[in-house]
Ligand binder design. Structure first.
Ligand SMILES: [Zn+2]
Length: 137
């Protein structure tokens, strides 16, 4: 495992590749760990003391003794609601812990690739932005 494998995974377990801010063509975000948007700069999990004290490039929330903390649980709930249960960042972190980041990323790729046209899917939409395929409820 190299640090690069973690580059697209935010400390909270969110995969930045599936984010609308990352996918947009103009002024896109490069991910929470690289060049970020204003929104992620103020992110409470990314800027959590526990996180900034450890190795920034590979720190993930499940390494914390407070995992899953209230903030993370609320964030997780929000995304479960938006995606109708398709995305749980806490579940992502548990999978990384259990199977390793390499396996996780492989699974993520198939989970977030449109089965109809092969485009990358986005958490905030239940249809593929390229072909309109409905990939989740
Ligand atoms: Zn598609």
């Amino acid at each position: 495992m190299s640090e690069n494998d973690y580059l697209m995974i935010a400390p909270c377990g969110f995969n930045c590749e599936n984010c609308a801010q990352y996918q947009k063509v103009k002024n896109s975000c490069e991910g929470c760990r690289i060049r970020t948007t204003k929104k992620s700069q103020i992110c409470t999990m990314k800027n959590c003391d526990k996180n900034t004290q450890t190795n920034k490039n590979i720190s993930l929330c499940m390494e914390c003794d407070k995992f899953p903390c209230r903030r993370l649980r609320e964030f997780d709930k929000r995304y479960q609601k938006i995606t109708n249960g398709y995305l749980s960042v806490i579940e992502n972190l548990r999978e990384i812990e259990k199977y390793g980041v390499e396996k996780f990323l492989k699974k993520e790729k198939s989970k977030w690739t449109c089965p109809q046209c092969g485009s990358r899917l986005c958490v905030t939409s239940n249809i593929c932005s390229s072909c309109g395929f409905l990939y989740r409820k």
